[in-house]
Write a protein that binds this ligand. Structure first.
Ligand code: SIN
Length: 190
């Protein structure tokens, strides 16, 4: 899978002819909703867990020095909490560009806070994409985040904004909160 997934995502036709589509956001899409949406609701998806295992060459790092951002990896027992947005299908156009560094639109079931459910879309970066970095010790991930910058700003802001948004929504995420602790501890030393 090449670095730029825009063209691939344009071929996704599962929701053609729908007036609106639910989009599940679990990373920057939780705290940076700079796109038009009709409605938003906290939601979760089952069987996936959030990990800082995806490289960012276009937003929070560069080709030479990629940052780290989140993707979802399979975990049958996990529930990933995030924010769902009901959007017009035309909004996928700018979103495909924003999420072009390895993320693919995938159909998912999501559950809202009141227990009701909907089918929608999540942007997933799989292991076979060119920007995949994979697992590493948390101290190493935090160090990489601490030093990375890209066109959208410092990588640390991505992590801290995500942690703050999850805290505000009262969602626990041990991986994110532990990286936040590591990062802040590192920054306190230097
Ligand atoms: C998402 O937020 O749902 C996808 C990953 C990202 O853009 O940070």
């Amino acid at each position: 899978m090449s670095f730029d997934t825009t063209a691939h995502n344009r071929l996704m036709n599962h929701f053609d002819n729908h007036e609106s589509v639910w989009l599940f956001g679990y990373g920057s899409l939780i705290w940076k909703a700079d796109f038009d949406y009709l409605e938003r609701r906290p939601a979760s998806i089952r069987g996936w867990t959030r990990r800082f295992w995806q490289g960012s060459h276009d937003h929070r790092g560069t080709l030479e020095a990629p940052g780290r951002v989140v993707t979802l990896v399979r975990d049958p027992d996990a529930v990933c909490h995030g924010m769902a947005y009901r959007i017009a299908p035309s909004v996928f156009e700018p979103l495909d560009v924003r999420e072009k560094n390895g993320y693919l639109r995938v159909v998912t079931d999501m559950t809202f806070d009141d227990g009701s459910r909907a089918e929608g879309v999540v942007y997933l970066a799989r292991k076979d994409n060119a920007a995949w970095l994979g697992p590493a010790p948390e101290a190493e991930i935090a160090r990489q985040i601490a030093v990375s910058h890209g066109p959208s700003g410092p990588n640390r802001d991505y992590l801290l904004n995500l942690a703050a948004a999850l805290r505000e929504l009262e969602f626990d995420d041990p991986h994110v909160f532990s990286l936040e602790r590591e990062l802040l501890a590192m920054e306190a030393i230097y």
